[in-house]
Ligand binder design. Structure first.
Ligand SMILES: Cc1ncc(COP(=O)(O)O)c(C=O)c1O
Length: 446
């Protein structure tokens, strides 16, 4: 959905107030393909170019201020430039950021994560979620001696080859599984299998056919890139049971969902994976990720000549650890409760805004996250999400951007602890105007 499809920028006021972004985009396209370093950030007619961020706000190059509901795609839990994290990172940079030796910060952070995620007996840090997942799956293959990975359609686990299958493909039939369809040219031809999310039969079918070849199943607690479709109660536990019955591991990707509670979504689902991957918020605004699990699995990385050697010049970058520690320490039970309460209020408010204007809407999301889908049908599967209309949301979203609300093209957003109840109310007022305006435009175009 993002970056493509029908967009109604004209009439929204977006173009009139983002002239410098437009110019920056044209100039950037000369040296950077599509003008960006990350495909996610592209949308039509052109993305706003950011200048700076502070707490709950983002400023673009034209000087417009936005309430930032993107939060770097869920990775900022306390908003931009959270002072304790910035101070800790700066102090660490002054003390030498990349020291080329292990640091005690790693130990302190590892203890914090072990405490919050009981599944994690031992862990390793990585620079990005992509790398954390790549290593988690490598550990699973080393442990089982098997090659295949089973993922879900619509599931996103980073940019490496093994999981770049069926991210945005047409939906599969219920109860089926398939060999992965590549999401990119140039991928290695890997034996990744793909199943239907929230569909136990599909997982059973994949294992019935290939049970002895599958090293691991990898799943998110919700489809972060596809409508925030949440795992049905017990789905994750069922997937784990099926995997274990066939000698495979269950990897839970909590890179996005770790913002739901201090101990991630596994607390909500009461599921204990074999390996968990973490990322995004844990770096306090800087790049940092991790993967961990039971000691006997992480043993693959242990020793002076380990089975699975992990490398990475900037792994466990000390400034990221310092910033991340400050952020995670402030992401405590009270912070989670307040943030998630505001999330609930926002989701209810969004439903009200659309209902008051007689427009059917589905608002997915949990905790501090939401996904607005302008559709009267519930969106509980990847198929339903793919079939939901997008046109009206695109028009609403351009109006929101023009009103100083930064929100994604695919309708997802999230809160940060920097936001107050007032910010939520401000967003809901802007949404009410945007919906009314988009509805008017649609009616007058008839
Ligand atoms: C669930 C999930 N896994 C993995 C990744 C990849 O992480 P990164 O972008 O840090 O490589 C993402 C990023 O959006 C994600 O949402």
């Amino acid at each position: 959905m993002s970056g493509s499809g029908h967009v109604q920028a004209s009439g929204s006021g977006y173009e009139a107030r983002t002239r410098l972004s437009e110019g920056a985009f044209s100039a950037a396209r000369r040296s950077l393909p599509t003008g960006v370093s990350r495909q996610t950030l592209v949308y039509r007619p052109y993305p706003l170019f950011a200048e700076r961020g502070q707490a709950q706000y983002l400023w673009d190059v034209d000087g417009n201020r936005y309430l930032d509901l993107v939060n770097n795609y869920t990775s900022l839990i306390h908003g931009h430039a959270y002072p304790p994290s910035v101070e800790a990172a700066v102090a660490q940079l002054h003390a030498g950021g990349a020291l080329g030796a292990p640091t005690r910060l790693e130990l302190e952070f590892a203890e914090l994560l072990r405490h919050r995620f009981p599944v994690v007996e031992r862990l390793r840090f990585a620079l990005s979620g992509t790398e954390a997942v790549m290593y988690a799956l490598r550990v699973a293959r080393a442990h089982t001696g098997r090659q295949r990975v089973l993922k879900f359609e619509g599931g996103f686990h980073g940019g490496h080859d093994e999981v770049q299958y069926n991210i945005a493909h047409p939906p599969m039939a219920a109860g089926t599984f398939r060999a992965g369809e590549p999401n990119s040219a140039g991928l290695l031809d890997l034996p990744t299998l793909v199943a239907v999310y929230n569909d136990v039969e599909s997982v059973e079918a994949a294992f019935a056919a290939h049970g002895e070849e599958i090293a691991a199943v990898i799943a998110e607690p919700f489809l972060g890139n596809a409508g925030l479709v949440a795992a049905a109660p017990d789905f994750l536990n069922r997937v784990k049971e099926i995997a274990h019955a066939h000698g495979a591991l269950f990897v839970l990707d909590e890179i996005q969902s770790m913002r739901l509670t201090e101990g991630g979504a596994q607390r909500i689902h009461q599921v204990t994976p074999d390996i968990v991957t973490l990322g995004k918020i844990m770096g306090g605004g800087l790049p940092l990720a991790a993967f961990g699990g039971a000691s006997h699995l992480m043993d693959a990385l242990d020793g002076f000549a380990p089975e699975v050697p992990q490398t990475g010049t900037f792994n466990a970058f000390s400034a990221s650890l310092a910033a991340g520690l400050a952020t995670m320490q402030a992401f405590d039970r009270d912070a989670v409760a307040r943030l998630n309460r505001e999330g609930e209020r926002l989701r209810a408010g969004v439903r009200r805004v659309f209902r008051d204007r007689d427009i059917p809407v589905t608002v997915n999301g949990q905790g501090s996250m939401f996904n607005v889908i302008v559709s009267d049908a519930p969106v509980t599967t990847y198929r339903e999400w793919r079939q939901a209309p997008t046109e009206l949301w695109s028009a609403v979203r351009m109006r929101l951007l023009a009103a100083g609300m930064y929100i994604t093209a695919r309708g997802t957003g999230c809160l940060s602890t920097a936001m107050s109840g007032y910010d939520v109310d401000t967003f809901l007022e802007a949404l009410a105007d945007a919906v009314a305006g988009a509805k008017r435009d649609k009616e007058s175009a008839r």
